[in-house]
Design a protein. Sequence first.
Length: 224
Amino acid sequence: MLFLPRRGANCRLCSLALGKIVIVLLHFVCFIKVVDGEDEQQQLQINHDGAGQICFEPRDLGVLCPKDGPGKSKMFYYNKILGSCQPFIYKGCAGNLNRFGTSAECRKTCSKLSKKTQEWVLAERCNASHLIPDGHYIECVAGKCPEGHKCHPAEGVCCPRKKYVCALQDDSGTFADGVPDKPRFAWSADIKSCWRFSYFGAKGNYNNFATFHDCLNFCDETIN
């Protein structure tokens, strides 16, 4: 095996293979490694891990460049919470490697790292069927939680109370790049039943269920 260290911006993608020569990204340093047989299969796994390091980095806007440098531009980064690629305005210089010129490039590099988009995460840690917006749980602090929530000791998260969830107005949220809007169901106190609405893929609130029956079983007091 032969390792030739090389640094440079052109080593951003870590899965480029040319014959038996594979370019590998490890901690922002590129190595060209000559591989064969079993070593090649092992190397491809390393490449996959390298992609994970890039895609799981947080969004980084970078910094403004000097006057003769490039200006601001629209770029895309992989949001590990949503499991999808999101647009942002890149300032032009510096920043991390989780930055792509197009949504397609971002998805090609990062989408396989997620089994499915996480904007549809259920409140499994709360033993409930409603949505946890963007998969963000509120952590319990000294056993205490915000109003309308209670601490789930075993999970260490704040779970919204049923009365709080079902009193919320349905919220379509915001668009997530590459995620189509889907019909969801929310409880309506006015009609004392659930109705369908469109959810755009990100944010929103807890009053958001995948099916009419999930919504009804959770919020209808005549059933529970």
